[in-house]
Design a binder for this molecule. Structure first.
Ligand SMILES: Cc1cc2nc3c(=O)[nH]c(=O)nc-3n(C[C@H](O)[C@H](O)[C@H](O)COP(=O)(O)O)c2cc1C
Length: 190
């Protein structure tokens, strides 16, 4: 069981990530996705700047997204091997639902950049938690598709940083748990 929805506490405690390549249909439908993304916007945000944007890359736009990644990659690495481009193609086509989260801080704001970027991270975590609450699993990936020059612009947000790609769907196989940090190594009391 990858999501224990029996109580709010067990819901949060049972969340874990899926490998995007292992996510299959069903994914969130339009109404579920709207609730997930609306939840992602309900995050602490000093100054009420909403310093993040969400770009839904629909099923009918995966080929176009793959083409964008490959075009930017070739421009960045003219000697790219075919297998590198194939990996980008596979990246773009994983999971039934794909959303890009971008960090779009207001540079002139009195709110420190760090705080605006933390808010983007919170939006990502909220997105995953909300997807879990809707009965789906998610995976947060970055890599070259996040950091490659030109990709954010191609997604409609020049100058933004891509906080990551959120792949949502249903796990094709039971999710593996991973080792979690030792509680006492992390938590101390002042
Ligand atoms: C900002 C960020 C970027 C990440 N990028 C990748 C990535 O590109 N590839 C990868 O395998 N895991 C990446 N991860 C790790 C996974 O999303 C996830 O943390 C890990 O699989 C375990 O997830 P869980 O603790 O939610 O179960 C990233 C995590 C974060 C927070």
């Amino acid at each position: 069981m990858f999501n224990d929805l029996s109580s709010p506490a067990s819901l949060v405690a049972s969340r874990r990530s899926a490998k995007p390549r292992d996510l299959v249909a069903p994914g969130p439908d339009a109404a579920q996705l709207r609730r997930i993304l609306a939840a992602a916007m309900r995050v602490p945000d000093h100054g009420k700047l909403a310093p993040w944007r969400l770009v839904v890359i629909g099923a009918d736009r995966r080929d176009a997204f793959a083409a964008l990644l490959k075009q930017c990659y070739r421009a960045d690495k003219p000697d790219a091997a075919p297998r590198e481009l194939e990996a980008l193609d596979q990246f773009a086509h994983q999971a039934p639902v794909l959303v890009a989260l971008l960090s779009t801080p207001a540079p002139a704001s009195a709110i420190p950049l760090w705080e605006q970027e933390l808010s983007a991270g919170a939006a990502g975590m909220m997105l995953l938690t909300a997807a879990h609450a809707e009965g789906f699993a998610g995976g947060w990936l970055t890599g070259w598709p996040s950091y490659g020059p030109g990709v954010a612009e191609g997604l409609g947000h020049p100058g933004a940083r891509i906080a990551g790609y959120f792949f949502l769907g249903t796990p094709a196989r039971p999710l593996e748990e991973r080792p979690r940090p030792d509680y006492d190594a992390i938590v101390s009391h002042f």
